[in-house]
Design a protein around this ligand. Structure first.
Ligand code: HEC
Ligand code: HEC
Length: 293
């Protein structure tokens, strides 16, 4: 029998402000909230971590993913953290969770045209989503990041794409960027800033990471694609009232965000070497787009 791998929870929006009394497995406990249902996938839980070498690696990996620019100052070129997008330490459904990811690699990736190891995939997000430089496969940092993802993936059937993995699938709509700008100002700017630069407030729930500009993810990041951004935001944003935007508004805002400046990705022309880029990729590739065979 397939086990239900998710549990809907009512969570206080302040997930980052996890004080001792309100903590379950290092996260905020269910509490009276805005009423927004956030689904966290089942994980082994912190009570399974002890004072042994593997547990220490798992904890250290999680700390890197939570505070990436501080932990990896030579590798990170943005002010984003891994968990800025992979919400709730990579356990939130439809926010690209890492639960189960360990068993889904090695995997063929059309963007590189190669079979990727989990380490390659992690470096993709470092180079693109954090606009940085790759970690050495043999480094302790990479080992510990993988240790955390492996721990999160315990008990998940290897190779299976479970409920909540990746992002939501939304039927594509045509964005209206002028409407998107208006909606951005009313729904996003109070946390992400009027110029998408991000806000660091004393209250984590009123902070947001950069959405465009020099400190944001670069053009090669999946999040720079309109469909990916729309699906992520439709499900997870605004942070304190998720699932309140319509599909059309999500696409309008995503269209507006895609039109804003962000760092370039030097190797982008080499992406999709077999000519099969998704339709919302915002740049030309050397292989171009070949007709499907
Ligand atoms: C700007 C947002 C963003 C940031 C920051 C980010 N990622 Fe990602 N990540 C994504 C997106 C988008 C995907 C692709 C999701 C999809 O299409 O299913 C992804 C996918 C992944 C995957 C594969 C997940 C799967 O189910 O196959 C891994 C592993 C991963 N990221 C690790 C990381 C790590 C480690 C960091 C920090 C070094 C990081 N990411 C930072 C956006 C981000
Ligand atoms: C109440 C505050 C708040 C509001 C309003 C809000 N966000 Fe966020 N957003 C956050 C927080 C907090 C994070 C996670 C950042 C972190 O932990 O580093 C986040 C993360 C993100 C991310 C991934 C990280 C990044 O910066 O690329 C995107 C994309 C995003 N928000 C888009 C939006 C959009 C679009 C809107 C408007 C529809 C919106 N947000 C409204 C607080 C907010």
């Amino acid at each position: 029998m397939a086990r239900r791998r998710w549990r809907p929870l009512l969570l206080l929006a302040v997930t980052a402000a996890c004080s001792t009394a309100a903590c379950v497995d290092g996260r905020s406990a269910p509490a009276a909230s805005t009423g927004a249902a956030i689904e966290l996938l089942r994980t082994p839980g912190d009570s399974t971590l002890r004072d042994d070498p593997v547990s220490r690696a798992v904890r250290r990996g999680r700390a890197i993913l939570r505070d990436t620019p501080d932990s990896l100052p030579h590798n990170v070129g943005s002010t984003l953290r891994c968990v800025s997008c992979h919400l709730d330490d990579g356990t939130r459904a439809f926010a690209m969770p890492w639960v189960g990811v360990f068993g889904r690699f090695p995997q063929y990736r059309s963007r590189s045209g190669k079979v990727a190891r989990l380490e390659n995939r992690i470096n993709d997000c470092i180079r693109r989503s954090l606009n940085g430089t790759a970690l050495a496969f043999e480094s302790d940092d990479m080992r510990d990041i993988v240790a955390y993802m492996s721990w999160l993936s315990k008990g998940v059937v290897s190779g299976r794409r479970d409920y909540g993995s990746g992002i939501d699938s939304l039927a594509p709509l045509v964005p209206d960027t002028a409407r998107g700008r208006v909606a951005y100002v009313s729904a996003c700017a109070r946390c992400h800033g009027p110029n998408g630069e991000g806000i660091k407030a004393a209250t984590p729930a009123l902070s947001g990471a950069p959405l465009w500009g020099e400190h944001s993810f670069n053009i090669g990041s999946g999040m720079a694609r309109v469909r990916v951004m729309a699906a992520f935001m439709r499900r997870n944003m605004p942070f304190d009232t998720p699932r309140t935007l319509t599909d059309q508004t999500a696409f309008d805002i995503a269209g507006y965000l895609a039109a804003q400046p962000r760092p370039d990705f030097a190797d982008k022309a080499r992406d999709w070497p077999n000519g099969d880029p998704p339709p919302d990729v915002a740049y030309a590739t050397a292989a171009g787009k070949k007709a499907p065979r």
